[in-house]
Design a protein around this ligand. Structure first.
Ligand SMILES: [Zn+2]
Length: 250
């Protein structure tokens, strides 16, 4: 029996299954990753997207941010077979929560599983002063028509993309929820993530230490791979549909 078939058995036997997804889950949807050769940080300077820059030069930040958004999400991005497979697993009660590092909103569009967007959601914007949330598309339009920086209609504060910028802390509640899910998981699937940045690096370890079966599905080896029960190297858009099919078929 191959690894995917054995993993399918573990998923079926688990009461609580939790997935963590990273950039590799969305590259097949046309969303570029950050660190590879064709990645976003080869075309943009990460320094320009620091919270500190947002604070000191919000007009310049927003001009660059609109460009970054266009590069990342400008094409008509749609869920790919990896998202669909996770949605299918969730619909059939084999996946309970998705913790994602992605800000593209593609899980929200498809899955009924509980979703923790650890780095926020690029389709939303938030007032940095009062916390009022708005739709990011309309904010980007205002930026493009010259409103730099865009300001909150309620309090006049500067509006920020509702994503975690460099130099910004993750939302404490989201982090707590993610750790709780990792602790309670019987099976934990780390999908398309290099597991090199926090908290993605530690969540699979938390799950494994709490007794979960740990599976890593990624093109390349990760720092957590040596402790995984299943280390599946492959394209997530091929592995996940196969996994979902095996889980359903048995
Ligand atoms: Zn405000």
């Amino acid at each position: 029996m191959d690894a995917v078939a054995r993993l399918a058995e573990s998923v079926r036997e688990a009461d609580t299954v939790v997935a963590l997804t990273g950039a590799g889950t969305s590259t097949a949807s046309g969303v570029p990753d950050f660190r590879s050769e064709s990645g976003v940080w080869n075309r943009f300077d990460p320094e320009d997207f620091h919270y500190q820059r947002f604070r000191t030069d919000p007009a310049g930040f927003w001009a660059d941010r609109v460009e970054l958004h266009e590069t990342m999400f400008g094409g008509d991005i749609e869920p790919n077979p990896a998202h669909d497979a996770l949605a299918e697993l969730a619909e059939d009660g084999h996946l309970h929560a998705i913790l994602t590092q992605n800000t593209d909103g593609l899980h929200a569009a498809t899955t009924p599983a509980e979703l923790v967007e650890l780095h926020g959601n690029a389709h939303r914007a938030v007032c940095d002063s009062c916390g009022r949330r708005t739709d990011a598309a309309s904010v980007r339009k205002r930026v493009e028509s010259g409103e730099r920086p865009p300001r909150c209609e309620d309090c006049g504060g500067v509006i920020k993309p509702d994503v975690v910028l460099f130099g910004e802390r993750l939302d404490e509640r989201d982090l707590r929820r993610a750790r709780e899910h990792a602790r309670r998981a019987d099976a934990f699937l780390a999908i398309g993530s290099s597991l090199s940045v926090e908290p993605a690096a530690s969540l699979p370890r938390v799950a494994a230490r709490s007794g979960a079966v740990l599976a890593i599905i990624n093109l390349d080896e990760t720092p957590v791979s040596p402790m995984a029960d299943y280390d599946v190297r492959g394209d997530v858009t091929e592995v996940l549909p196969k996994l979902a099919e095996r889980v359903e078929d048995a």
